[in-house]
Structures are given as structure tokens and as C-alpha cells.
Design a protein around this ligand. Structure first.
Ligand SMILES: [Fe+2]
Length: 476
């Protein structure tokens, strides 16, 4: 790919105006291509293009986003440095809009940052960095509609033959999936992969469509057949391995799920990145809900989370998963300390709409209280915390698949506390969306058995076993 200088205005690969020499802009375009692939070389590439803000302001923009997208508190300092450097150099209009988005994000106004990138994209729809970061922000704030529509507004402006357009289709596939258009999501995602088999975000989009439809056998075959494209050598491996482990859980292959956890999700060599540790928390919690012995994994994970929860709250989706790890490890006092810290945080200042404080107050805090209550056997309290907010779980970010940990916790507590009408309703709702769900059928069998409906309970269990057998065969 090349950049060009036209009438004293340099443009990037997509033809958008950018400050810098043609050589510097070519390096920027290369960094964008690496980010689209989640290629590890994106880190040194970012450091290189951010070396001189006067030479390439978009280098600072790129570095700020790369650090902010980790959601890790220690990375914020790097983003602040980049923002300060941006403030000291001349910027064109597009670069100014990026700086505004970064400053909003740094200010904790996550939704404003997302909206600012939306406005930028109305004018420069092919700014692929704005598109990718915008979609990540939509994901962080759980905005399923904009996950779909942000990309839908821009996609027609891309040259269908351009190599990057495949990656944009991969983004669109994820947005289509999160907003429930599973057939289109699958077709769009597979088309994206035809163009770029190493589009790991596109792989992830297709994986979600299988998860949400209960097509566990298709999902296992898909990931196994393409493991060479996503399984190693990129910065998104952990999360796609996590998805494979979820499939294997549904197939009853617990040992394999644990083996994936140990090899790919969290181990002694893991870097302690929040976005990876939250996958670890969620997987262990699901295994524990299924009655699987997870050994000392919760304890090790809780130790890894501990340094992440002493700072000023930044992104409550992470804090919630830290509570899962601490609670799962039996460190109830530490889990309670995180909950109390979140309570103080919410009370310490006015809750601005669209901020982390708002996400904490509305969902993150009651969800964390629910996890603490679950670990203490207070099932009525779990239901009391989660039931009133289940229609807005998405307001604290993540995907449907990630937030399912809350639905499962609520369902389990409903069963344990004898709230069988509620449990039945939750399980029937799940099975109405994906009738193959082994988890759903086994839950239905438990509820029926508790009600003395033994014949129907056995039928549900037999159906679960038959489905599990089909999934197991796909994994064999
Ligand atoms: Fe996912």
C-alpha cells in the first residue's frame, strides 16, 4: 500500500488527509494494517510512528488508542503522554477530532469518545482506525446497535476490491451477530475470511454466531479447521481459545476445556492483561457453575488480578471479573473489599451518563454484589441483585456470550433458592433462542425433577445427552 502527496496535502491509504511526509504516512498505514490483524508487530510499529509527534501526529493518535484499548489502568499513562504531545502540535480537522475522542476517553467519558468517532466517520467514513477503535468502544460499552450500524454506515464507502475492505466486513459481521442477525453475520464473516484468512476479529465474529445459535458442533469444526489462522501469532489468541473452551464445555469435554485454560487462557507465563484475565475468570466460573473441579486455578488467577484492583476504578467490566476470581478463590474478604471500593466510587461524585461511574452504578456494582452473594451462598440476594437489571446487563459492556455468566449465575441461584417459576422461565427463554443448549436442557431437567415431574425431567436430560453426544462427536 502507498500513500501520496496531493496538492501539498498528504493522504493516507484510504485517501484521508493526514499530516506528515509520504514516508511517515506509509509507516502509519503499515501500523494500521498490523492492528487490523492484531499482529504483535503492531507494538513496535506504534512506538516507531509515535517517536516524533511533529513528524506524524497520527502516530500519537495510534499510540493513544493502542494503550487505551487494553483497558488496563497502567496503560493510561502512555495514552496521557500521547494526548499531551498531540496538544502541542498543529493538527488537521480529522486529527483534531481524534484528539477529542482520546481526551473524552481519558476523561472517563467512554460513550462520548464513541460518539466523537461516529461524527468523525460521518465525514471521513473510510478512516479505518476510527472504525476499528469505534467498534471496540461500542463493544466496551455494550452498544450492540452501533456495533452493527457504525460499520454499516461506512462499508459502502470502501472500495470492494481493497484488501482492507475484508477486515471492515469482519467488523460488520460482529456487529450483525451482536444485534441478532445471525445468518447475515455468518455469511459476512465467512466472506471476510475468504479475503483475509488471518482476520482474527472476523474469525471471532463467526464463532459468536455459532455460540449464540447453539451450533456447538459447527463452531468446534470451524475453529479446529482454521486453527492455523487464529490459534497463535496474534494478540487475540486468548479470546478465541476461550470461545473454543466454551464449546467444549457444552460438549462435556471438561478436561479439554481445562487444558485450553492452562495452555492458552491463563498460566504462570501470562502477562496479566485484564482483557485476558477476564476470560479466565469467566471460564472458571462457568466450570464451577457446572460443578467441575477447577483445582487451584481460581487462587492463582485471584493473585494475578490483585494488582489490578487497587487503582482508581477505570472499567468496571474488569473489576467485576476480578470479583469473580477473588470470590471463586474463596477470598471473600478481598472480593467484598472490591465491592466496597466500587460503592465508594459511585458515591464519591455525580454519576455522569455514559461514564464508567454510570456503568458501575447501573450494572457493575449489583453484578459484583451478586457474585459475592453467590460465593457466600446467599442465593436470594443473587436473584435480588440480578433480576431487576437483567434487561440492561449490556450497559456495562462485553458481548452476549461474555455476559451469559450473569444469566447462568442468576439461573443457578434461582434453582438453588427454590424459585422454580423464575428458573423455568429463564431456562425456557434460553431454549427458545437455542433449543440445542445442553446447559439449558440440564437446567430444565433439574427444575422438573425438583417439582416431581420425573418423566419430563428424564426426557429433558436425554435430549441434553443426545445433543452433547453430537457436539462431542464433532470434537473427536
Ligand atoms: Fe467473544
Amino acid at each position: 500500500m502507498t500513500s501520496a502527496t496531493i496538492l501539498n496535502t498528504t493522504v493516507d491509504d484510504a485517501g484521508n488527509p493526514i499530516s506528515g511526509s509520504a514516508e511517515a504516512v506509509a509507516d502509519y498505514d503499515n501500523a494500521v494494517d498490523l492492528l487490523l490483524r492484531y499482529h504483535p508487530d503492531v507494538v513496535p510499529a506504534a512506538e516507531s510512528i509515535a517517536a516524533d509527534p511533529h513528524a506524524l501526529p497520527m502516530g500519537q493518535v495510534f499510540m493513544a488508542y493502542l494503550t487505551l484499548m487494553s483497558t488496563d489502568v497502567p496503560d493510561i499513562a502512555g495514552a496521557r503522554e500521547a494526548a499531551a504531545a498531540l496538544a502541542a502540535v498543529p493538527l488537521n480537522e480529522r486529527e483534531t477530532a481524534h484528539a477529542a475522542a482520546i481526551n473524552a476517553w481519558l476523561d472517563g467519558r467512554w460513550h462520548t469518545a464513541a460518539r466523537t468517532l461516529d461524527e468523525l466517520l460521518v465525514r471521513w467514513p473510510t478512516d479505518v482506525l476510527a472504525l476499528q477503535i469505534g467498534q471496540i468502544l461500542d463493544f466496551f460499552v455494550g452498544d450492540a446497535q452501533n456495533l452493527r450500524d457504525r460499520i454499516g454506515r461506512s462499508l459502502p464507502s470502501f472500495d470492494p476490491e481493497h484488501p482492507r475492505t475484508g477486515f471492515v466486513r469482519g467488523m460488520h459481521a460482529f456487529g450483525l451477530e451482536e444485534s441478532g442477525h445471525y445468518d447475515r453475520a455468518e455469511a459476512t464473516g465467512l466472506a471476510a475470511l475468504d479475503r483475509n484468512p488471518d482476520d482474527v476479529w472476523g474469525v471471532h465474529a463467526v464463532v459468536h454466531t455459532y455460540e449464540m445459535q447453539g451450533r456447538i458442533d459447527d463452531g468446534i469444526r470451524f475453529l479446529r479447521a482454521r486453527e492455523g489462522d487464529w490459534g497463535s501469532g496474534n494478540l487475540f489468541t486468548t479470546h478465541n481459545w476461550w470461545h473454543l473452551a466454551l464449546y467444549l464445555l457444552e460438549a462435556g469435554r471438561y478436561e479439554e476445556a481445562l487444558a485450553i485454560y492452562d495452555a492458552e487462557v491463563h498460566n504462570d507465563e501470562s502477562a496479566g492483561i485484564s482483557l485476558e484475565m477476564l476470560d479466565a475468570s469467566a471460564l472458571l466460573w462457568r466450570l464451577a457453575l457446572d460443578g467441575v473441579d477447577t483445582g487451584d486455578r481460581f487462587a492463582k488467577l485471584a493473585t494475578a488480578w490483585a494488582p489490578r484492583v487497587v487503582d482508581e476504578p477505570w472499567y468496571v467490566f474488569n473489576d467485576f471479573h476480578a470479583v469473580i476470581a477473588l470470590g471463586g478463590a474463596g477470598r471473600t474478604d478481598d472480593a467484598r473489599a472490591v465491592v466496597e471500593r466500587l460503592e465508594r466510587y459511585v458515591a464519591s461524585a455525580p454519576v455522569q451518563p455514559g461514564s464508567n461511574r454510570a456503568m458501575t452504578a447501573e450494572v457493575g456494582l449489583p453484578a459484583s454484589r451478586a457474585v459475592l452473594a453467590y460465593t457466600e451462598g446467599r442465593d436470594d440476594d443473587v436473584v435480588g441483585e440480578l433480576l431487576p437489571i437483567r434487561t440492561v446487563f449490556h450497559h456495562f459492556g462485553g458481548s452476549h456470550a461474555q455476559r451469559d455468566v450473569l444469566e447462568r449465575t442468576l439461573t443457578e441461584s434461582a434453582i438453588r433458592s427454590g424459585q422454580l417459576d423464575l428458573a423455568r422461565a429463564l431456562l425456557d427463554e434460553r431454549l427458545s433462542q437455542r433449543d440445542t443448549s445442553v446447559y439449558g436442557l440440564l437446567g430444565r431437567a433439574r427444575v422438573l425433577a425438583q417439582r416431581g415431574a420425573d418423566v419430563q425431567a428424564r426426557a429433558a436430560e436425554e435430549q441434553a445427552v443426545a445433543n452433547r453426544g453430537r457436539f462431542d462427536a464433532a470434537a473427536s
